[in-house]
Design a protein around this ligand. Sequence first.
Ligand SMILES: [Zn+2]
Ligand SMILES: [Zn+2]
Length: 351
Amino acid sequence: MKAMVLKEFCEVEIEQEQRQQPDLPLKKEPLVMVDMPAPQPGPNQILLKVSACGICHTELDEIEGRLIPSHFPIIPGHEVVGKVEALGSDANRFKAGDRVGIAWIHSSCGHCKFCKRGLENLCGQFRATGLDDHGGYAQYMVVSEDYAYPIPDRFSDLQAAPLLCAGVIGYRALRLSGINPGQIVGLFGFGASAHLAIQVARYWNCRVFVFTRKGQRDHQDLAVKFGADWVGATDEMPPERLDCAIDFTPVGEPVREALKFLEKGGRVVINAIRKITPIPELEYSEYVWHEKEIKSVANVTRQDAEEFLPLAAKIGIVPEIREFELEQANQALVLLKQGKMQGAGVLKVSE
Ligand SMILES: [Zn+2]
Ligand SMILES: [Zn+2]
């Protein structure tokens, strides 16, 4: 099968002066196309013929060494949509030809104190798709049938892909923010995840203020199109205080801005596994006093995916897609790093 693999850490190419990690070698082509044997499904596993795979910021963290894969080479990709091609022994949840999706959670132990409370995302033996086990930047992949989700009919394969990380994690972030109908949520950054989260927030009758990098008109226009009540730069004072905020950016500064604009008792939820720049010092009386909270979102549980996919179908969420061939994964990652990806990038792997 064809697969795009990561063989070693390197920095994705952008302008020299913007480099974050000058110690890493700069690579034009961080992922390499290889031909390798298709995996075989083990007990309880299904083999998936991949049709589409979403492109996530987390891939940049893996490539640039902020997240460490369990082994090299590794096939990244954790927003995978495909058809069940073959079943391993004892796998009986799906049949051949069923359309399923795979998310970041590839498996967890199932019996620790976290798993028992449904917090599989905090399990010490959590394994991530495309980081610990091969992901969907390939024609085939295997996964335990317990960690695959039926895809609602209303979505095409390409549309469904970004729902599986960007969508599900945005949904978890909204839930963890404690937002109630009528309240104001601030979304910092307006990429793949935020443009899906805003559609859920609007459905819940929340007001949405969107903050983007200064001068990022394309992202601001997209936010307006999806019903944002106000848009501005991350350091711009909004017309009212935020009851809660979700930070979708890869950098540290917006966390402090969000805390500054937050209402008393409000919560800032950080939706990123790694930050490429640190959160600046938080002067206590200005940023933390009055019961303000900061909470991170540690990716997703199966329950999040099982709840969100049918909800997305019910709301009629429309993902904004930018399509790439599997061979174009490197170009797509550069665009993502440059902040030039409109909506969600998706690799079209097969028809
Ligand atoms: Zn992701
Ligand atoms: Zn566990």
